[in-house]
Design a protein around this ligand. Structure first.
Ligand code: GSH
Length: 324
């Protein structure tokens, strides 16, 4: 990774993401406060108060963008899109196509926002970040928690009344988010950043076992938890959408492509063709983000032209009952 991390509020480029056996180390997130509808947490859900920092390349940040669209929170929560390339100083803001300057904190680097929130911050400087204008701090930088807040705590302010965490499915949704996290969402990174053959093979084998399993499930139902779109579909989509363009080649997750799985491929197309998903998808930022930032696995920074994929191609998921 060309990036670095912060130690006691100071940026350093000395960073190792693997343990001694070559396994990619799990990542911890550091800001774990919550916005609540009633404000009991100190962070009340309010229009115009919160700002979301994202990269369009990042699958975790992508989750938050999709949820914001699905809930119709565009006028409630503002967004800054970082430059697609993660450089020596981490994420930055620029006027590159589809990126933007930071209109809220007016900084050049995301690390400055972390330092504002905590001048002694130690850790990785990651997107997504949910910033609170009122208390001038980062509320949360864990995508799974950010999407839950948007879904549940901002529900009153949402212009779309869709519920992606319905009461009758809550346990199943949480279990499924857990079930796909390590083997699939993190699994592609565990394969891509492994520095030993054994660590790579373990991650790839587990990844494809799980994809194979979901392929079978999706032969019987439209979405991961049944006939209704839920949070976990967002969590899987952002990994699958990048898979054939980035993870298959760059991360060597190449036992099969997503287009080789009839159900997974049609499932991705089905979700992509919803306008709220499509509006957040940018393969140019994704490809440049991965191939040009992760120089230890692609030192010449060449971005492949292919593969040619048509996410707008007709899908066959209408064959299932659909509840929302
Ligand atoms: N657990 C976090 C992970 C976020 C994450 O790892 N983001 C990556 C981009 S895909 C990042 O910002 N990396 C910057 C770095 O490692 O320096 C979440 O789900 O929100």
């Amino acid at each position: 990774m060309a990036s670095g991390l912060m130690i006691q509020g100071k940026w350093t480029t000395e960073r190792k993401d693997q343990d001694q056996s070559g396994k990619f180390k799990e990542r911890t997130t550091t800001f774990r406060d919550r916005v609540t509808a009633d404000g009991s947490s100190g962070f009340k859900a309010e229009t115009g108060r919160y700002h979301l920092y994202v990269s369009l390349g990042c699958p975790w940040a992508h989750r938050a963008l999709i949820m914001r669209e699905l809930k119709g929170l565009q006028d409630v929560i503002s967004v800054s899109i970082a430059d697609p390339i993660l450089g020596d100083k981490g994420w930055s803001f620029s006027e590159a196509p589809s990126a933007m300057l930071d209109s809220v904190n007016h900084v050049q680097y995301l690390q400055e926002i972390y330092a504002k929130a905590n001048p002694k911050f130690t850790g990785r400087v990651t997107v997504p970040v949910l910033w609170d204008r009122q208390t001038q701090t980062i509320v949360n930088n864990e995508s799974r928690e950010i999407i839950r807040m948007f879904d549940v705590e901002f529900a009153e302010l949402a212009t779309q009344k869709i519920d992606l965490y319905p009461h009758n499915l809550r346990q199943k949704i949480d279990q499924t988010i857990d079930a796909i996290y390590m083997p699939i969402n993190a699994g592609v990174y565990r394969a891509g950043f492994a520095t030993s053959q054994a660590a790579y093979e373990e991650a790839v084998t587990e990844l494809f076992e799980h994809l194979d399993r979901w392929e079978i499930v999706l032969n019987k139902q439209r979405y991961l938890c049944g006939k209704q779109l839920t949070e976990v579909d967002i969590c899987l989509f952002t990994t699958l959408y990048r898979f054939d363009s980035v993870y298959y080649g760059h991360f060597k997750c190449n036992l099969r492509r997503i287009i080789d799985y009839p159900n997974l491929w049609n499932y991705v197309k089905d979700l992509y063709q919803r306008p709220e998903f499509k509006a957040t998808c940018n393969l140019d930022h994704i490809k440049r983000g991965y191939y040009m930032s992760m120089t230890e696995i692609n030192p010449n920074r060449i971005v492949p032209k292919g593969p040619i994929l048509d996410f707008d191609e007709r899908h066959d998921r209408d064959r299932f009952a659909h509840a929302g």
